[in-house]
Design a protein around this ligand. Structure first.
Ligand code: NDP
Ligand code: GDR
Length: 359
């Protein structure tokens, strides 16, 4: 039985990956952080009661307290678990927040990766343990080539992107220096019904559901023109695993090859929630109006603008398609939006009216 360690198991990707690996017959270990309030919803509440029960009672699923900023903890856990595969998904993953917490973001996202690589090296596991590093399309930032592929030069535009740039290169460096099987998955944005509520897609699908059910009045967004290559997270975790099963340690771009704007995402999400949006005005005065009632439902709030923006990202998944046999269009854009809105419509049915202070 293969043994995997997932950092960031309570996150969107970690929860999907844990389920995926358990289904493949792995013994799965996950690192969870101590928190003053409960932080395992994605492993329980978001799953159906049957799935949550199955996960909890699965003898092959083990959770450990830890933090990738804590070197001794990382070394102890890796030494005890002796994993065949490590998936390093832990990160301060919010780009906007990384401008407010640049040093912390670097500690977790850059040095956290180094700590894991070093632990594997120090413990003499370089031959045994394969490592997946969660790299990102944010490395491309100010785009130098369209679409972006494995050879496209990087130009990160946020403290998050810069920290992940270090993680990308240190992973590659350990591979080249010590012959480790350590690879970067350069994943473009991927979303789902388990996406964190402050990322733009989920913020929109939740708001569309709440507005449709009379539980929220308005949605405030930042840059409506941003273009992203959005895929479905459940499809992307398969690729993380495929990269570690490949004969040669190599880096891969994972993307759909299709790009849409935030405005388009919002229009479609509201449509699936039963509201037709008409856009009026320009720039910070642009508004999304309910065609049927004339009510303003979406407004721009400059508070969500970033000091430096990534205007557009479009990935070329040819290498993953060819070498890993991965299908980038398994869940098309429209289907992704529909899955998210339908899940949020069900969730919101059980909710009271909400007012968000921080999103
Ligand atoms: P999430 O933000 O949903 O999850 C991040 C996870 O990391 C959470 O489990 C969080 O724990 C954990 N974590 C944060 N800091 C630490 C720490 N110091 N020590 C241990 N665990 C920590 O991210 P996603 O699931 O969306 O993304 C997974 C990874 O992939 C991240 O590294 C992200 O940067 C990267 N990525 C994501 C993309 C996307 O579109 N989703 C695209 C490309 C890359 P807690 O629950 O306690 O906060
Ligand atoms: P991103 O995702 O920064 O691409 O990082 P996010 O959903 O936060 O933003 C996407 C684009 O939408 C614009 N935007 C808004 N964003 C947020 N969060 N809130 C808003 O109200 C809003 N309005 C407009 C943003 O300016 C941006 O252009 C995600 C994360 O998962 C990273 O960890 C990952 O590495 C990258 O995707 C690939």
């Amino acid at each position: 039985m293969k043994r995997a360690l997932i950092t960031g198991v309570t996150g969107q990707d970690g929860s999907f990956l844990a389920e995926f690996l358990l289904e493949k017959g792995y013994e799965v270990h996950g690192i969870i952080r101590r928190s003053s309030s409960y932080n395992q919803e994605r492993l329980e509440d978001i799953l159906s009661p049957e799935e949550a029960e199955a996960l909890k009672n699965n003898k092959n699923f083990h959770l450990h307290y830890g933090d990738i900023t804590d070197t001794s903890n990382v070394i102890r856990l890796i030494s005890e678990i002796r994993p065949d595969e490590i998936y390093n998904l832990a990160a301060q993953s919010h780009v906007r927040v990384s401008f407010d917490m640049p040093e912390y973001t670097a500690d977790v996202d850059a040095l956290g990766t180094l700590r894991i690589l070093e632990a594997v090296r120090i413990l003499g596991l370089t031959e045994k343990t394969r490592i997946y590093q969660a790299s990102t399309s944010e490395l491309y930032g100010k785009v130098q080539e369209v679409p972006q592929k494995e050879t496209t030069p990087f130009y990160p535009r946020s403290p998050y992107g810069v920290a992940k740039l270090y993680a990308y290169w240190i992973t590659k460096n350990y591979r080249e220096s010590y012959g480790m099987f350590a690879v970067n998955g350069i994943l473009f944005n991927h979303e789902s019904e388990r996406r964190g509520e402050t990322f733009v897609t989920r913020k929109i699908t939740l708001a569309a559901a709440r507005i449709a059910q009379g539980k929220q009045d308005k949605l405030y967004l930042g840059n409506l023109d941003a273009l992203r290559d959005w895929g479905y997270a459940k499809d992307y975790v398969e690729c993380m695993w495929l990269m570690l099963q490949h004969d040669i340690p190599e880096d891969f771009v994972i993307a759909t090859g299709e790009m849409h704007s935030v405005r388009e995402f919002a229009t479609l999400a509201f449509k699936y929630a039963g509201i037709e949006i008409e856009w009026q005005g320009e720039g910070i005065n642009e508004k999304g109006i309910d065609k049927a009632t004339g009510r303003v439902l979406i407004e721009v709030d400059p508070k969500y603008f970033r000091p430096a923006e990534v205007d557009q990202l479009l990935g070329d998944p040819t290498k993953a398609k060819t070498l890993l046999g991965w299908n980038p269009t398994k869940t098309p854009f429209e289907e992704l939006v529909r899955i998210m809105v339908e899940a949020d419509m069900r969730k919101v049915e059980k909710e009271e009216k909400v007012k968000r202070m921080f999103d």
